[in-house]
Each structure stands twice: as C-alpha cells, then as structure tokens.
Design a protein around this ligand. Structure first.
Ligand SMILES: NC(=O)C1=CN([C@@H]2O[C@H](COP(=O)(O)OP(=O)(O)OC[C@H]3O[C@@H](n4cnc5c(N)ncnc54)[C@H](OP(=O)(O)O)[C@@H]3O)[C@@H](O)[C@H]2O)C=CC1
Ligand SMILES: O=C(O)[C@@H]1CCC=N1
Length: 264
C-alpha cells in the first residue's frame, strides 16, 4: 500500500510516526511546505519526504490530508486534477464535511473522514471513520490501516464532530486531568517528577482496569470508596465543586466550537 500524508504538522507527523513504527506501507510520501517535523524519518526505508503535494498524490493509493480546515480547500483544489477513481482520499480536518470534499473532487471519488488523536504516534489512537457512498467499500481497508495504530470505530458522518471532541480533543482533556493531579500531589509534598509518575501510572491503571474488566466506572469506584473513608470525601468535594459538570460543560463548549468551524 502506497500512502501519502499531505501536511506533516502535529497530527500528520504523528500518523507518519505510527505508520513507520508498524512498517505498514510499501511507500510513504510525506509532503509539506516545511518538512521539519518529519525530517527525522529521512533515512527510513520506503519513506519519501517532499515539498510537492502533486508528487505525493501521483505516487500513492491512499492520500491522507492532515491540513488545517483553512488550508484543506486550497490544497484539494490544487491536487484535484491528479486524484483518480482508484485513490482513497482520507481527511482528518476537523469540521470539514465529506460533502465539501465531494464539492471539490467529485462524489464519484472514494472519500473517508478519519478522526484519530495524537496517540496514533504510539499505536494507541481511538480513530473514528466515516465514508461517502463511493468510499464505503474501502472502510475495511481503512480499518486495517488504523487498527494497527490503535482502535477504530465506523460511525455515521453526523457523529464525527462529536467524536472529534470526545477522542481527538479528548486526549488533551485527559492530559489536563493528569496535570491537575500532579499539581495536587506536589502540594502534598511530592517532587514534581515523582508527582507526574504517580499521576500517570494511576491514570493508566484506571483506564486499563476499566478496559480489561469491562466493568462500569462506578462499580470500580465502589470498590475503592471505603465507608467514611478519604476517597468518598475527596470525590464528594470534587462533585460539590462541579467536576463532572465542568467536564460535560467543556465537552459541550468544544462541540459548539466545532460546529462553528463546520459552518465557517
Ligand atoms: N492536532 C490534533 O491532535 C488533531 C488535529 N486534527 C485535524 O488535523 C488537521 C491538522 O491539524 P494539526 O496537525 O494540528 O495542524 P498543523 O498546523 O500542525 O499541521 C498542518 C500542516 O500542514 C502544512 N500545510 C499548510 N499548507 C500546506 C500546503 N499548501 N501544502 C502542504 N502542507 C501545508 C502546515 O504548514 P505551516 O505550518 O507552514 O502552515 C502544517 O505543517 C486539522 O484540520 C485538525 O483539525 C484532527 C484530530 C486531532
Ligand atoms: O483543536 C482542534 O481544533 C483540533 C481538532 C481536534 C484536535 N485538535
């Protein structure tokens, strides 16, 4: 499989890193105006780094557009004459709907919207996928690619905005919680590095326990909260201060913003 990534910034370079780690391509073209984020891969076998989006498209089967919403339209117009019926066009651009891509390259082209997060660089992304009618039969192939880089879920396109908030932005929300826990641990007397390790491994343990046990978070919480103990004291204070409510409000604010991006 010959893959091109156009736009190798934060997310494009993360996807490249994950793909290179897995060696899951016969050629990987990485195209950007400024390739500094991927120059580290210059000696990797079958990886070609270029400033030419056209070269990347012409030499690939799958083209992943990892551009900011304000740039994707111009680049799609630039390479549109080179996109054939055999290409699978993937876009990770937040808020940029399949109908807008179809409006530029045609609804007969195979198009898949892909919404990963930056953990794709280490093979731990939650990646949501949606296709247009022409691209529907390529969803299996897309799942094969992205299952090597984490977990995938095929969803209707109407839900991609929500998935962007929960999974793509969501990784930042979780990191902020880790950071806040670290700050609390420092206040309780740990050195910063120790505090970070304590917070991180505890967060990792919580996610792993839920994933492996399949149990509801509240069932696991019940196993931690000793009656009249310190855990329920802390949890109740957090809820009095609006922990769950503030997370849900943040998720809704993020969703409102992405809908503004969609309509701009
Ligand atoms: N970052 C994330 O975690 C996630 C991002 N997304 C979406 O992915 C997209 C990319 O985001 P992100 O990686 O953070 O953005 P970045 O700005 O980091 O990356 C975009 C890259 O595209 C380059 N670029 C701009 N114009 C062109 C062009 N004409 N030809 C080739 N390359 C060009 C930019 O160069 P320059 O900087 O010089 O303009 C930059 O290196 C966005 O649409 C975002 O919504 C989706 C999920 C998660
Ligand atoms: O913040 C953003 O708009 C992009 C989309 C999701 C993650 N980063």
């Amino acid at each position: 499989m010959k893959i091109a990534i156009i736009g190798t910034g934060n997310l494009g370079s993360s996807i490249a890193k994950g793909l290179i780690k897995n060696k899951s391509f016969s050629a990987l073209y990485l195209s950007d105006k400024n390739t500094s984020a991927v120059n580290q891969f210059v000696d990797e076998p079958y990886v070609k780094i270029t400033n030419s989006n056209a070269t990347a498209v012409e030499n690939s089967d799958v083209v992943i557009f990892a551009l900011q919403p304000r740039h994707i339209e111009g680049v799609l117009k630039e390479v549109e004459p080179l996109i054939t019926d055999d290409h699978v066009v993937m876009s990770v651009a937040a808020g940029f709907e399949i109908s807008r891509i179809e409006g530029i390259i045609g609804s007969d082209k195979q198009i898949i919207r892909v919404m990963p997060n930056t953990a794709i660089s280490i093979g731990k992304s939650m990646t949501c996928l949606s296709a247009n009618d022409s691209g529907e039969h390529k969803l299996g192939m897309a799942k094969d690619i992205f299952n090597q880089l984490g977990t995938t879920m095929v969803i209707p396109e109407e839900q991609i905005q929500a998935a962007t908030v929960i999974c793509a932005s969501g990784i930042a929300f979780w990191m902020r919680l880790v950071r806040a826990t670290t700050q609390g641990a420092i206040q309780l007397g740990f050195e910063a590095e120790e505090a970070h390790e304590l917070a991180l491994q505890t967060c990792y343990g919580a996610a792993s326990l839920l994933k492996e046990s399949g149990r509801h978070p509240e069932a696991e919480i019940d196993r931690v909260t000793t009656p009249s103990g310190c855990t329920i004291e802390g949890l109740n204070e957090m809820e009095h201060q609006g922990l769950s409510s503030s997370l849900i409000k943040g998720i809704n604010a993020s969703f409102e913003k992405i809908n503004q991006i969609k309509n701009s």
